[in-house]
Structure formats: C-alpha cells, structure tokens
Design a protein around this ligand. Structure first.
Ligand SMILES: *Cc1c(COP(=O)(O)O)cnc(C)c1O
Length: 391
C-alpha cells in the first residue's frame, strides 16, 4: 500500500524534535551536530533568537495580504538586496524552483521585447541542479530527473562541465542566456574556477547573451562572500536565490539588472505567497546578519579551520576519502567508500552530512558554526571514517 506521504524520498530513520544553533535533538535526547543545515537552508542555525523574534513579532501582526497591496517587509528586504548586490530589482518567490521558473521566463521575455522572439536557447551544464519543475528539470537535463516526464520543455543546450571548446562552439549571438551555478551543489560541490566565471561573463558580453547565476545553494554567505560570484569580481544579469535567504522559512528571490528585467512589466508574473510579510520579516533578519562583513570574516575563519581539518582527515583515511572540494562553508568530501555508508556512519556518530552526486558527502553547516563546533565536527567525522574503514 502506498504510504500516506508520497514516497519520492528515501528518508533516514531519524526524527528531530528540536534545534539549537548547530545542533539537532531527538525525542530521546540525542544531540546531532548538524553539518547539513537542511541542505544549506538554516544559515543562522536552528532557532536563532533574531529569527524567532522576527517571525513571532510579525506573526502577531499580519501574516498575509497578497501582492495586491504594499508590503513594507518585502520593500525593506528588496531595498537591502539591491543595496548589497548587482541587482536593481527583486521578485520574491517561495523556493529555488520558482526562482528558476522566473529566471527562464525573464530571459525569454527579454529577447521577445528586444524584437528577437526566436532567441530562446539557454546553455546549461552537466551535473547542474536548478529545481524540480518542468523548466528546471529540462534546464539541468540529467536523465535521473527527466526520465518519464517528457516531452521536456525545449530551448536548453546541455554542455559537458569544463569543456571550453564545446562552450565556444555553443554560445553564439543566437544564445539567449547561459545558466550556471558558481558552485555546483547537488552535482558534488564542484566550484567553477574564478577565471571560468570571468570567461563566461566575457562570452556573454561578446555575444549579448544574459548571464544567469543559480546561487540558490552557494549564495547568502555560504562561500564566505554574500554571493559566490563576488569572488570572481564579476556580476550576472540575473541571479536565482533561495535556501539560506529564509534561514528555514520558505523564501526565494530573483535579482536582476534593470535591463535584464525590462520585459517583466505589470501582469507578466506573479505569486500568491511570494514576498509575504512573514517570509520577508525573517529574510530581513537573515540579511542583517549575513551582509555584515564581520559575520562573513567569521565564516571564512571557521571555513579555513574546517577545510584544513578535512584535508587531515582525507590523509588519515585514504581508503575512505579521496579529496576535499568546495569553498567557504560549502565543502564536500569525495569518497572512495560509498558516500551513503559514510553518511550512515555519521549518523551513528551523531554528525549529519548530506550526500551529493559523484560519490560526495556535503558539509553545509550553519554559517554560525563556532570554532569548537568545527573541531567537534572533525572529531566525529574521524570516528565515522574509522568505522567505515574498519567495515
Ligand atoms: C535546492 C536548489 C534548487 C531548488 O530549490 P528548491 O527550493 O528545492 O525548489 C535550485 N538550484 C540549486 C542550485 C539548488 O541547490
């Protein structure tokens, strides 16, 4: 008989009843060190007092009015995002998938309004993940996500990862946009080297194609800058955001330059919940912390410590681990042992990691992870690796 929850996930037999900072507690009192943060969502950890206050204060006043009216919390968050990024304008969504939908629509409308409605082709890359809607799975293109869901939305060209010749051949003055994650998350924590991101920007400038960055996972301080593309010193035309921006409350956004957004006039897009007062009150509180340079320096310090420790773990367990990948607090360990076994051994040692493609385990802890917690994480991962190695 089918379970009452549609069985699209294979879930670990773990049930948490409470979260405190970097820790998740079970009903029987076990404390797990959370290096998953709900897949890079709980940017400030669990039950951060500033977020609890923002949410409960707003909950007592007003939950929802719809976008037919002014929403001051939404205005405040949009202003903050515009102040701190390349973006001139913001649309709020409830998820990364919805941000992908709008990014694709915005690209198409841009070229339509420029008098070039046939210019629809968006170039994407192997190993990418942009969400689970029909546009998002067509964009990523992997068989695992698209099989059985055809016919797929047309208009996407899929290129291998890191093949410069294929890229040069594919991107022409007929290309509508390039869509890419600066650091692939689900694909196995694969950062795009800074010079490649610069190269993509140049290619877009040469051909007129729009550069669309998916920073749903790697954005909001995850890599030690507010947004990952800042490391390369470039700016996109359109950017997808979600996950960390709501700190655990469902919230996403699309940021765009004035030119890239120029086709999206009144009536061309909408969302009932997107940008509602609760989500935006929380989003403002998240931004207050994450956009603070002091906060980001602390992220970089702990990230350096964690990374150095992980290099040591790889050296100590060469039969289990192969290499460390990633940047900031978006780290991955490519495993030699099956990554599912390593994640499971982590559970046995009360430390949570997240599997990714390419036999990688992901470490995406709260950005508030302390130096002591990073040391504790390394010690627990060491035990987990020893357990896998001995098996
Ligand atoms: C998670 C993710 C998405 C999809 O976000 P949802 O909120 O699950 O819809 C899109 N792109 C990237 C890079 C992601 O990591």
């Amino acid at each position: 008989m089918i379970p009452s929850i549609l069985p699209t996930y294979s879930r670990a037999p773990l049930e948490f009843v409470k979260g405190e900072g970097s820790w998740l507690l079970t009903a029987d009192g076990r404390r797990f060190l959370d290096l998953g943060a709900g897949i890079a969502v709980n940017a400030l950890g669990h039950a951060h007092p500033a977020l609890v206050k923002a949410l409960t204060d707003q909950a007592e006043k007003l939950w929802h009015v719809s976008n037919l009216y002014q929403i001051p919390q939404q205005q405040a968050l949009a202003d903050r995002l515009v102040e701190h990024t390349f973006g001139d304008t913001v649309f709020f969504t409830n998820s990364g998938t919805e941000s992908c939908e709008l990014a694709v629509k915005m690209v198409r409308k841009y070229w339509y309004e420029k008098g070039d409605p046939e210019r629809i082709e968006i170039v994407t890359f192997a190993g990418s993940f942009h969400g689970r809607s029909t546009a998002a799975i067509a964009a990523a293109g992997s068989e695992k996500m698209t099989k059985g869901f055809g016919p797929l939305m047309p208009g996407f060209t899929h290129l291998p990862w890191g093949d410069h010749d294929a890229l040069r051949a594919a991107v022409t003055d007929r290309t509508a946009a390039i869509l890419i994650e600066p650091v692939q998350g689900e694909g196995g924590i694969r950062p795009l080297p800074d010079q490649c991101l610069k190269g993509l920007r140049d290619l877009c400038d040469e051909t007129g194609a729009l550069l669309v960055l998916d920073e749903v996972q790697c954005g909001m301080g995850r890599t030690g800058k507010l947004f990952a593309h800042e490391w390369a010193g470039i700016t996109p035309d359109i950017m997808m955001v979600a996950k960390g921006i709501g700190g655990g409350f469902p919230l996403g956004a699309v940021l765009a330059t004035e030119d890239a957004a120029s086709g999206m006039t009144a009536g061309t897009h909408g969302s009932t919940y997107g940008g509602n007062p609760l989500a935006c009150a929380v989003g403002c509180a998240v931004m207050d912390h994450v956009a603070d340079p002091g906060f980001l320096s602390q992220v970089n310090r702990v990230a350096g410590q964690l990374r150095q420790g992980l290099e040591g773990l790889v050296a100590a367990h060469p039969d289990v681990f192969e290499e460390v990948r990633g940047t900031g607090l978006m780290l991955g360990i490519k495993c030699k042992a099956p990554n599912a076994d390593v994640v499971k051994a982590g559970y046995d040692n009360a430390v949570i990691t997240v599997p990714a493609a390419d036999n990688v385990i992901r470490l995406l802890p709260p950005l508030t992870l302390s130096a002591d917690e990073a040391a504790e994480a390394l010690s627990r991962l060491d035990k987990a690796a020893a357990q896998v190695g001995a098996a």
